[in-house]
Design a protein around this ligand. Structure first.
Ligand code: UD1
Length: 438
């Protein structure tokens, strides 16, 4: 894949593109296949590098992964076998998904190995909720210089777990472990993102017994045996929101095939308040800039059903064109505004408050780690040379470059390919003006 894209900005994106299965479900459903004693078939799998990483990890554990048709993965876990620390370490890259192998591997092999995820490769994202949950199930967690070795000499039993924060990954960890543990697990303060509900649907197809109650509580009654599933992944709402922002930023008109209103309600409200127009169809959503000035907004990222943290980066590019002062409070991650430095270089007026910002119009701050970005617009954007820092920040650079006057070079495209399927082909289909460099 090309490493650099050279974009001539100033041309509206127009046309139709499709989004497929969600990255944040597909990779987890692939791990769930380890729990079955027969093969699973996952449909609508996006062609992204995170899926490739998980495929290689499953291969390392003896799971045969093939593609019977475009967008389909057949995952056969019949010959699951142990592997070595260095094999996993070499494969995992910066992915967080290896942690989710723990529960299934403990059930299948009695042992799980996690490479040293505490290092810089995943920034500051800790795994304490995951390890505490595994210990509650009866697992023993040993840290060595190579990484973490988890065993369950006395098997795994149901547990009462309350997460300190409704973490998506930790909720998935509990689900993937509790389904085969002995007895009932009660999980309080669980994440309830649509991708988690879809993972629950996958597990139920496999034979699991899971029910949800009010106030973020999930119950899982362990069963002795699970079989394979056939499942079509929920569509990628984060990719859909990204292309919606691209339509607004470039003053374009994009039909996002496969986008689902139900999973985007909160995003659509903000999109409308900023001044974007959309139309919900049976097979997708059309997003466009209706002309006239964009309006500033105040947004707070949150766990579902709030405004997702992955939506703020492309939105911020649109807010640089709104007339007035917008504020985005980030409450999920401690450092997710680093990407704004490059937007600044392109002419945006964005001030990041690293310790958050008091504001009369928002709810009581919930977490200590929050920060705020104050965006004053409209500011014309001009071309620049920028390097992609991460997945969502990277996409926001692409759309900023598409809206900017002049030529931009966006380097290090790899992180974008982790989660945006065929984004170069999609840009082409939407009429973007660009060339690629190796
Ligand atoms: C998932 C999504 C990511 C999304 C995020 C929040 C995938 C592959 N990624 O990431 O796109 O932005 O949910 O919706 O599905 N935390 C701890 N200790 C832990 C685990 C998490 O302190 O053991 C903290 C994190 O540092 C972060 C917060 O909890 O501040 C939320 O993280 P989490 O929901 O776990 O995100 P991921 O599952 O990694």
């Amino acid at each position: 894949m090309a490493d650099t894209i050279v974009i001539e900005g100033g041309k509206p994106l127009r046309g139709r593109i499709e989004v497929r299965g969600a990255k944040n479900l597909a990779t987890k459903a692939m791990v769930a296949a380890l729990l079955g004693d027969t093969p699973s078939l996952l449909q609508d799998v996006p062609d992204i590098s995170d899926v490739t990483i998980v495929t290689r990890m499953l291969n390392a554990y003896g799971v045969a992964v093939s593609s019977p048709a475009e967008g389909e993965l057949l995952l056969d876990p019949v010959n699951v076998a142990r592997t070595h620390f260095d094999t996993i370490d070499a494969l995992a890259g910066s992915s967080r998904v290896p942690i989710l192998f723990c529960g299934p591997l403990l059930h299948r092999l009695g042992e799980a190995l996690i490479p040293d995820l505490g290092g810089c490769r995943i920034g500051d994202r800790p795994i304490d909720f995951h390890m505490d949950a595994l210990r509650a199930f009866g697992a023993i967690v040993d840290k060595s210089y190579e990484g973490i070795r988890i065993t369950a000499p006395n098997g795994l039993h149901g547990a009462n777990i309350e997460l300190p924060f409704p973490s998506v990954g930790a909720t998935e960890q509990v689900l993937l472990t509790a389904v085969r543990a002995q007895g009932v697990t009660e999980l309080k303060n669980a994440a309830i993102e649509p991708e988690i509900m879809d993972l629950i649907a996958v597990l139920q197809k496999m034979g699991a017994i899971i029910w949800t109650e009010a106030n973020r509580t999930i119950f899982i009654e362990g069963v002795d045996q699970l079989s394979g599933y056939t499942h079509r992944a929920i569509s990628d709402r984060n990719e859909a929101a990204s292309w919606a922002a691209a339509a607004l930023v470039t003053q374009g008109d994009i039909f996002v095939g496969g986008a689902k209103q139900q999973d985007l309600l909160t995003f659509l409200n903000v999109f409308r308040k900023v001044g974007g127009a959309f139309e919900v169809h049976e097979d997708g959503i059309r997003f466009w800039h209706p002309g006239g000035p964009l309006k500033p907004v105040q947004v707070e990222t949150d766990v579902h059903p709030g405004f997702m943290t992955d939506w703020q980066q492309p939105l911020i590019v649109a807010l640089t064109q709104a007339e007035g002062v917008s504020i985005v409070h980030e409450t999920v991650y401690e450092n997710r505004f680093g990407f704004t430095d490059a937007l600044h270089q392109m002419g945006a007026d964005i001030v990041v408050h690293k310790d958050g910002l008091e504001s009369v119009t928002r709810r009581v701050p919930r977490r200590k780690l929050e920060q705020a970005a104050v965006i004053t617009g409209p500011t014309p954007l001009h071309g620049a040379e920028v390097e992609v820092p991460d997945l969502r920040g990277g996409f926001s650079y692409l759309i900023a470059a598409l809206a900017a006057d002049g030529v931009s070079r966006v380097t290090n495209l790899g992180p974008i390919a982790r989660g945006y399927e065929h984004f170069v082909e999609k840009l082409e289909a939407l009429g973007a003006d660009f060339t690629l460099e190796a």
